[in-house]
Design a protein around this ligand. Structure first.
Ligand SMILES: *Cc1c(COP(=O)(O)O)cnc(C)c1O
Length: 704
């Protein structure tokens, strides 16, 4: 082995240093995102399949059999002080050689400080610890000196994952379990880890979403370079493969700022270098200083151990009151599970290896997966805007009028302008937020040259008013193009969006309910129409494969790489839709007794996909929307989603300047009321029930 390479390999200067960043919060966000990516944690809730409760030396003692889909079953022990009221709790993560029954004091500890879980329970905290399953040693002769942890770490590496990620996944599950225990106050939960357990506790703190969670980490301080040189083997389980390219261990601790942090290290610890640990402590202090906080760092005359007294003092102080509320609730979260990310990478890799980067098998599969959701044939295109423009080009709208609801995204009307039409706006109705049939009838009368009508399914609601809209267009033989950019998977009377008009145009932009990065789709009942789409999207070729062009088509193709993302997202779409509907029903229930906010009542026949969960703050209330949103963000960390929309299209400078509209189009009073008064609550499949409760609590406290 060329050991002299080791130092050179480890000499990398990490690219992300939250402490040095001018803005701590932004640096910390980047590090958390990186850890999330490298850890590839498979989050799976732990089930308790059995428990036996007893009283041991005055402590409430629960022996649990835990099951996770990732790991199977393993043991855990919950200890609680005898007084029954829900109190503060600590998840105790032992080092590599710490056995569960030693942590809990069920057998005499091999070190005086080993029974941390028992000592913290005697100090007044509920503790949970579990068997990490890597402490056992193997027959040295047969395994060439490697132990179970090393073998597991290598096996995880072979499957593209990490042992630390797996251990962190267990700890995240255990943390949820602990917080949900009847003896625990869920707002007062902390993390303790020793050695390898400290690495797990650190990564758990970074990923758990409880931003203020107190962490005490013992005997785990230094640079990765120094720790690795000391240990050489056995440390595989304590690092994320690839981390050193971006951040060193002290940077990870610094990322936790301003959450309460206690670090303990011993000057007689054979596993760390005191000078290096001191330098690491400085880095952590710098990062905390840039977040306006102070870590608590103890240099102690001890070996590779724990000072349980300091730990107990730390938790007594930091868990005395509920922690600052958990992480922010963002307006939007685009989330792919580890397995889904791997599937995307695999498909991208297959495309790269085959050299087919556009219009290949991924695109064909994307179209196929979309079909059941539209109930029609489908053709994939580069974007939702391209879909709209192609449909209008096929219909042929040049020099004529296209009618568009005045409340929609700019792209609806801009596509008509690009296709050569004059745009006229139509007011909406307030039940399903569709085009108002009477306003449409008037507009059709005023503009007998109307070439197409573009209803938009705002917020994922296919309005029951679409039926009269379709009837009006049918009477006059005007084709309908549904702008279904919001409405993938939505239905009206059981029929899918995109199947009502001659065409349906969908978008797979990241903010929509189904995504491919960039991407769009046309649905159409006619095979000939779909064939025309395929020619328009490919530079207007006169036939597939021809080099002759007979129309001014464009490059409106979807790439294989985008389709790789899109296929993975569509494969999970049934679950996405079910999750969105469950979340919406829960908001309905939670908001029932919030008098200051009225949810939009989705019409009974509309099967919304809840692209937006719309609601109306009391119009006579004291706060305008901008101030409400600011207060929710600043006081509660809750961001509302974007409106659909806050400005009418006729008021955007581009259309205002065109002066196509005239007084006869009306004042759009209903659309104006809607644009001014609605809000959209955060709603995405990874939103948790706890987060929804926080959103509603925040609204309740700001809306009297
Ligand atoms: C997003 C959106 C579009 C445009 O889709 P892109 O894929 O971004 O081109 C068109 N119409 C509406 C209503 C949209 O929300």
């Amino acid at each position: 082995m060329q050991l002299h390479h080791v130092r050179r390999l480890l000499a990398a200067e990490p690219a992300l240093r939250p402490g040095k960043s001018t803005e701590h919060a932004a640096g910390a966000r980047r590090v958390r995102a990186l850890v999330e990516r490298l850890a590839r944690v498979e989050r799976a809730p732990l089930d308790t399949t059995g428990s036996t409760t007893s009283l041991r030396d005055g402590l409430h003692h629960e022996r649990l059999l835990l099951t996770s889909p990732v790991r199977g079953s393993f043991h855990g022990t919950l200890l609680a002080p005898p007084d029954a009221a829900p109190g503060p709790a600590v998840l105790v993560l032992g080092g590599k050689n710490a056995r569960l029954d030693q942590l809990t004091g069920d057998v005499p500890p091999d070190h005086p400080d080993r029974n941390v879980a028992e000592q913290l329970a005697r100090a007044g905290f509920v503790t949970l610890s579990f068997d990490h399953g890597i402490g056992g040693s193997l027959d040295a002769g047969r395994r060439a000196g490697r132990d179970e942890g090393t073998l597991l770490a290598h096996a995880f590496t072979l499957t593209g994952r990490s042992l630390l990620g797996a251990l962190t996944g267990d700890a995240l599950g255990a943390l949820d379990l602990l917080a949900a225990h009847p003896l625990v106050d869920p707002e007062r939960v902390g993390l303790f880890g020793h050695s390898l357990g400290a690495a797990v506790a650190l990564h758990t703190a970074l990923l758990c979403g409880r931003r203020g969670i107190p962490l005490c980490a013992a005997s785990h301080l230094g640079s990765y370079q120094a720790l690795f040189e000391r240990l050489l083997t056995g440390h595989e389980g304590a690092v994320l493969p690839g981390i050193l390219e971006y951040a060193d261990l002290p940077d990870l601790y610094g990322t936790l700022a301003p959450a309460p942090l206690q670090l303990q290290y011993g000057t007689a610890d054979a596993y760390l270098e005191p000078a290096d640990a001191r330098a690491a402590a400085e880095t952590v202090r710098d990062a905390y200083a840039s977040a306006g906080a102070d870590p608590e760092i103890h240099e102690l005359a001890m070996g590779h151990g724990t000072h349980v007294g300091h730990a107990a003092d730390f938790f007594a102080r930091t868990l005395a009151a509920p922690a600052a509320p958990g992480g922010d609730v963002p307006a939007q979260r685009i989330h792919f599970e580890v397995a889904e990310r791997r599937a995307v990478l695999d498909r991208v890799d297959a495309a790269l290896a085959s050299g087919i980067l556009t219009q290949g098998p991924q695109v064909a599969r994307f179209e196929e997966l979309a079909r059941p959701w539209t109930g029609t044939g489908t053709a994939a295109v580069a974007s939702g805007s391209a879909a709209l423009e192609i449909a209008l080009r096929i219909i042929g709208v040049t020099g004529r009028t296209v009618l568009v609801p005045v409340n929609t995204f700019f792209a609806t009307a801009a596509a008509a302008v690009r296709a050569g039409a004059a745009v006229r706006f139509v007011d909406i109705e307030l039940d399903g937020l569709g085009m108002a049939p009477r306003s449409l009838a008037a507009a059709l009368d005023r503009h007998p040259d109307t070439a197409a009508v573009l209803p938009v399914h705002i917020g994922g609601i296919v309005s029951p008013a679409l039926d009269p809209v379709l009837a009006l267009c049918r009477e006059r033989d005007v084709p309908v193009v549904e702008d279904a950019a919001h409405a993938f998977g939505a239905t009206l009377a059981g029929r899918p969006a995109g199947g009502f008009g001659r065409f349906g145009a969908f978008s797979f932009f990241p903010t929509k309910v189904a995504v491919s990065g960039e991407g769009g789709l046309l649905s159409a009942g006619s095979a000939d129409d779909l064939e025309q789409v395929r020619r328009w999207r490919d530079h207007g070729k006169s036939a597939q494969g021809s080099t002759l062009h007979d129309r001014p088509g464009g490059n409106w193709r979807l790439s294989e790489l985008h389709a790789a993302v899109g296929t993975v997202d569509l494969e999970r779409f049934a679950a996405t839709l079910a999750a969105r509907r469950t979340l919406a029903a829960r908001y309905d229930a939670l908001l029932a007794d919030v008098p200051g906010l009225r949810p939009h009542a989705v019409p009974a026949t509309a099967g919304s996909n809840y692209y937006k969960y719309l609601a109306y703050p009391d119009p006579d209330g004291p706060l305008d929307r901008a101030l409400l949103k600011k207060r929710l963000r600043e006081r509660h960390g809750v961001s509302l989603a974007g409106e659909v929309y806050d400005q009418l299209l006729c008021d955007h400078p581009f259309f205002a300047a065109r002066r196509e509209q005239d007084a006869a189009d009306g004042a759009f009073e209903r659309a104006r009321w809607f644009a001014r008064h609605h809000v959209a609550l955060p709603l995405y499949p990874s939103l948790t029930e706890a987060e929804q409760i926080r959103v509603v609590a925040a609204l309740r406290s700001e809306l009297p």
